[in-house]
Design a protein around this ligand. Structure first.
Ligand code: R5P
Length: 287
């Protein structure tokens, strides 16, 4: 096995390497003076089982191109099998034409990844699981749920209700509810723009109950902070946010700090800056 890390998330790559007791491959992934990507893999990879550790997190476009070039480099060096390990899969939110004259970005990036030479894709809590069908190679779709459930148990949340912050997340919420033997509730959300949502109703009973809001990602934090606030207004006791991908753009950190949630659990699929994060934030490793 060879583990090859791009620049997207060195800390996660090192954590995976430690967990597996396999050192990271010697490779240079730098930049030419004009900003183009400069790659040279120093180890012999001929015939080996190569795992490219490169979530396509922000800066999304940079990280996607690095991933494609790393895979091309391995293919041309006669690697035996190449797996793109993308714990966070960027561009997953654009998986269909939901209005006229827009691209299906998730299909475009899937095409380029396949054509670059990836034999397999490994990802975690992909926003739209049907993106697996954009590939003719196997896609291993893993879940953060096992490590998240361990953390929820450590918090000692009793008799919880699992809540999805929008109807699209019902399947994920139900899978948590099943493991926790919990009831289910839904927050009715309407998206106004990329950064603004209107959170209007709660479907289900949360009065006097501890709630765990489950979602795949926090982008600007509007959906999750709005859900936390409305659940407290409806009489919820402790509110725990449990989200796999902490994209945290724009006002996300401020919204999470100000919202009514008592705990925010996220994973390390995306690198997190240490300073300035809300004290209620806990980062769980998927390594
Ligand atoms: C929506 O379908 C996703 O699951 C997330 O709820 C959404 O992307 C979060 O966006 P934001 O944090 O900007 O509200």
């Amino acid at each position: 096995i060879q583990l090859i890390a791009g620049n997207a998330h060195r800390a996660l790559a090192e954590a995976i390497s430690t967990e597996m007791n396999v050192p990271l491959c010697d490779a240079h992934v730098g930049r030419f003076p004009d900003g183009e990507i400069d790659i040279k893999i120093d180890d012999d990879v001929r015939g080996t089982d190569c795992f490219v550790l490169q979530p396509t997190c922000p800066p999304v476009n940079e990280n996607w191109i690095e991933l494609l070039l790393l895979i091309d480099c391995l293919r041309r060096a006669s690697a035996g099998r190449i797996t793109a390990v993308m714990p966070y899969y960027g561009y997953a939110r654009k998986d269909r034409k939901d209005e006229g004259r827009v691209p299906i970005s998730a299909k475009v990036v899937a095409n380029t990844l396949t054509r670059s030479g990836a034999d397999r894709v490994l990802t975690v809590d992909m926003h739209a699981a049907q993106i697996q069908g954009f590939y003719d190679v196997p896609v291993d779709h893993l879940y953060a749920k096992p490590v998240m459930i361990e953390e929820i148990i450590k918090l000692g949340i009793e008799n919880p209700v699992v809540v999805t912050p929008d109807v699209g997340g019902i399947k994920m919420a139900r899978s948590y509810a099943k493991v926790l033997d919990a009831d289910l509730a839904i927050v009715d959300k309407r998206r106004i723009s990329g950064a603004e949502v209107a959170v209007e109703h709660v479907i289900g009973d949360v009065k006097g109950r501890n709630v765990i809001i489950v979602d795949d990602m926090i982008s600007t934090g509007g959906s999750i902070s709005g859900a936390a606030d409305i659940l407290k207004k409806h009489g919820a006791k402790q509110v725990v946010i449990c989200v796999t991908h902490a994209v945290f753009c724009g006002p996300a950190v401020e919204r999470l700090t100000a919202c009514a949630a008592d705990h925010v659990l996220v994973t390390d699929t995306i690198p997190q800056r240490v300073e300035g994060q809300p004290a209620k934030l806990r980062v769980v490793s998927v390594a």
